[in-house]
Design a protein around this ligand. Structure first.
Ligand SMILES: *[C@@H]1O[C@H](CO)[C@@H](O)[C@H](O)[C@H]1NC(C)=O
Ligand SMILES: *[C@@H]1O[C@H](CO)[C@@H](O)[C@H](O)[C@H]1NC(C)=O
Ligand SMILES: *[C@@H]1O[C@H](CO)[C@@H](O)[C@H](O)[C@H]1NC(C)=O
Length: 442
């Protein structure tokens, strides 16, 4: 499939209306983010000579196979505090994306120390994070209420169904949160695991319900970080799909797609068998510099169109989680921490440029796909799970140094690496699944 790629992207680049100087600054930021992502978004990266020099021990962490988890404070959560009053009419769907974090004295929905699905790096409490204030906030949408997560309702829906999380390590973060939320109610069995946990599948035997994780940071076919002239570039094949998940969709009832961070890493774009552009490339490579926003939009659009084409009558749900912001206070590779212990108040911190654009692309493309599906005979349902703003307001919800045990002792005087990108569990990422539940029930 040949397309006029470079032209499309240049046009879209023009639309960004960035003055040259700002563009250069912006590119610098992007390159910093890129290096960061090598460390954080790829916890299973094999060791190699081109690895960033900062030690990233958590990439070696192994996940022990889970045993059935104990239930944790079973109905206490709903007993100890009344349900918020409904303020919206049932007719208009609630906009959960706009709101604020309000204090919530109730215990968190599960015991993060006991949840076996959590990759070690996000088990903040088990790793020694002592402050617990971040556990006691609830997302309050502006015009309506977001019901508490109900594992019972979720598993009722999931009975005889299979939900797959597809994407990068934030997709995995959300999947693990869901596993903790559900397995506090009903035991789950890990039935499949490969590539260091990048592909996993659990079954809730009592419900014949399946949850799985598919690693696919580009959604389309891609290769991570091959080297060109001393620089590591991702290779993306924009007209080929990542069949590791795409070909499995026939047996999947709901796909939760979450990607974006990897698009900020220098990448070479292939389409129709040739290179059509590049992001963050050295000039010597002679590739047309393109906007990763345009590429991300194109990838999301092509992916959703392909799902719609292959599964027109499958009655599937495809939910797209919007971009999840990070909160490094400074340069990530110089030990920049995330020191805040409270959420931002409403209006205190708006979205940055990248967050705004990446969110918008997912919201718009999900709406376009939904529109196209409803105007045809298709039974595929597309929806955005719009978490960017609520996540942006949670600088306190990241592991920070507590992505591994006893971080300060282990660092032995060297700067401690912080993870201000992923989310502690329990933590704000549980709210992603609270909204996901309302999305599937809608
Ligand atoms: C959480 O789980 C751990 C490990 O199973 C246990 O030691 C701890 O007491 C639990 N905490 C609560 C509040 O139940
Ligand atoms: C169990 O769930 C799967 C979907 O994950 C479904 O295909 C299968 O039919 C279900 N089995 C029964 C006995 O309903
Ligand atoms: C890039 O273009 C220059 C000038 O045309 C050429 O000398 C060089 O070999 C090209 N580099 C690559 C990697 O193709």
């Amino acid at each position: 499939m040949l397309t006029n790629f470079p032209k499309t992207y240049q046009l879209q680049n023009d639309k960004l209306l960035l003055p040259k100087k700002e563009f250069v600054t912006y590119t610098l930021y992007a390159l910093i983010a890129v290096a960061l992502l090598y460390l954080f978004v790829d916890p299973a990266a094999p060791a190699s000579s081109t690895k960033p020099s900062v030690a990233a021990p958590w990439i070696q962490e192994e996940l022990p196979p889970p045993s059935p988890p104990p239930s944790y404070q079973g109905g206490e959560r709903s007993r100890s505090s009344p349900q918020p009053q409904a303020v919206s009419s049932a007719a208009t769907p609630c906009d959960y994306s706009d709101g604020e974090w309000v204090p919530d004295p109730r215990p968190p929905p599960y015991n993060g120390t006991a949840c076996e699905a959590i990759k070690d790096g996000r088990s903040c409490m088990a790793n020694g994070r002592a402050d617990t204030g971040y556990l006691h906030w609830r997302w309050q949408p502006r015009r309506c209420d977001l019901p508490d997560f109900s594992p019972e309702a979720f598993l009722r829906w999931l009975r005889n169904r299979h939900m797959a999380f597809v994407g990068d390590s934030l997709a995995r973060n959300q999947a693990e949160s869901l596993m903790c939320l559900l397995s506090s109610w009903s035991p789950a069995e890990l039935v499949h695991r490969e590539e260091d946990g990048r592909f996993r599948r659990w079954v809730f035997r009592e419900h014949n319900a399946t949850v799985s994780i598919f690693w696919s940071p580009f959604l389309v076919k891609g290769a991570e970080k091959s080297e060109h002239a001393g620089v590591r570039y991702n290779e993306l094949y924009l007209d080929e799909f990542d069949e590791r998940w795409m070909s499995e969709l026939g047996a999947i009832d709901a796909a939760v797609v979450s990607a974006g961070q990897w698009f900020r890493i220098p990448s070479i774009y292939h389409d129709g068998g040739r290179v059509v552009g590049c992001y963050g490339c050295a000039a010597e490579l002679n590739h047309t510099e393109t906007s990763f926003f345009a590429v991300f939009r194109d990838v999301v659009r092509r992916t959703l169109a392909e799902v719609a084409r292959r599964h027109e009558h499958g009655g599937k749900l495809v939910a797209l989680t919007t971009f999840s912001p990070s909160h490094f206070e400074g340069e990530w590779n110089k030990g920049a921490p995330c020191t805040k212990t409270r959420p931002y108040k409403k209006g205190e911190k708006g979205l940055g440029y990248t967050e705004t654009e990446m969110r918008k692309i997912v919201v718009e493309e999900a709406a376009n796909a939904a529109g196209a599906a409803s105007s045809s005979s298709s039974t595929v349902r597309f929806a955005a799970v719009d978490v960017t703003t609520l996540a942006n307001m949670r600088p306190d919800g990241h592991p920070g140094p507590y992505m591994r045990k006893n971080p300060f002792a282990a660092a032995d005087g060297r700067p401690v690496q912080n993870d201000c990108l992923h989310w502690c569990m329990p933590g704000p990422v549980d709210t992603f699944n609270q909204i996901l539940l309302q999305t599937i029930l809608r």
